[in-house]
Write a protein that binds this ligand. Structure first.
Ligand code: ADP
Ligand code: MG
Length: 257
């Protein structure tokens, strides 16, 4: 276990100085907030986590409400679960039939509800793997789209199985969105995550990120949630956050540990 039951000191700065959100420490407490049993079973019974890490306990509650998030926490502090759990829960809330594995569904091109962007292929595959473990007892389908893999077989698999959550590198996603024959579009996109935003900019994905945002449904038509997650928040990440996150309504989560 990473953390003992006493959650270490955490510091949240709400941009508007708003009332601090209730802090939850155990995954089991999330059932009170309506988080589906099938997701919690994966976390508590399969993954055997009971206590949230500080970034999880600060992020999950506001993220469940659809608030935009900018979260800074060190590597290895459990940021993946902090964004995946609320993302998946919100997908189930939008379409409760997806909570069950037996959900009889046919793959549709407008299935994509969430996109997670990651700077490298390895990290993207790790996130997809964690998302597949989390969705094991649900009808949610996770696909990954990364460079260096066969595009055609990825697309065939997506056409066959559908895709609710797409985990991608910016280069590959940009490529797919540019190609009308890919069938990859996300008219019902509800949430977008930029994981490791600092590394994404280091790798030089700024242009792809801007293009991807341009191709996806605009914020005005769809109330899309954005979560930006990073180990460090240098100036270029602040600039990126300004273009991606609702300026007047976001939660800045910063953990010391
Ligand atoms: P980060 O993205 O912040 O670098 P990860 O999400 O990759 O961190 O998590 C680091 C490790 O901690 C992973 O092996 C993950 O499975 C584990 N982990 C995440 N949350 C918890 C938790 N609440 N309790 C115990 N282990 C956890
Ligand atoms: Mg990470």
């Amino acid at each position: 276990r990473l953390y003992s039951s006493e959650v270490e000191a955490v510091e949240t700065q709400a941009e508007d100085g708003a009332v601090p959100t209730t802090e939850l420490t155990n995954f089991a407490d999330l059932s009170q907030l309506g988080v589906h049993r099938n997701l919690l079973d994966a976390v508590i019974k399969d993954m055997r986590y009971d206590t949230m890490t500080p970034v999880q306990s600060k992020t999950i509650n506001p993220a469940l409400k659809g608030t935009d998030i900018v979260a800074q926490a060190k590597t290895g502090t459990g940021k993946t679960l902090a964004f995946l759990l609320p993302l998946l829960q919100r997908m189930i809330e939008e379409d409760p039939s997806l909570a069950s594995r037996r959900a009889s569904r046919s793959a549709r091109s407008d299935d994509i509800r969430g996109i997670v962007l990651s700077p490298t292929r390895e990290l993207a595959e790790q996130i997809a793997e964690e998302a597949r473990r989390l969705t094991k007892h649900t009808g949610l389908v996770v696909q990954s789209a990364v460079g260096g893999t066969h595009k055609g077989s990825m697309l065939r698999q997506t056409q066959r199985q559908g895709c609710h959550l797409l985990v991608a590198t910016p280069g590959r996603l940009y490529d797919l969105l540019q190609d009308p024959s890919s069938g990859i579009e996300a008219p019902n996109l509800a949430a977008m995550v930029l994981d490791e935003a600092d590394r994404m900019l280091d790798v030089g994905f700024e242009k792809e990120l801007a293009e991807i945002t341009r191709c996806l449904p605009s914020r005005d038509e769809k109330i899309r949630q954005t979560m930006l997650v990073s180990a460090t928040i240098p100036n270029d990440v602040i600039r990126l956050a300004r273009t991606m996150v609702r300026a007047d309504d976001f939660e800045f989560v910063q953990t010391i540990s």
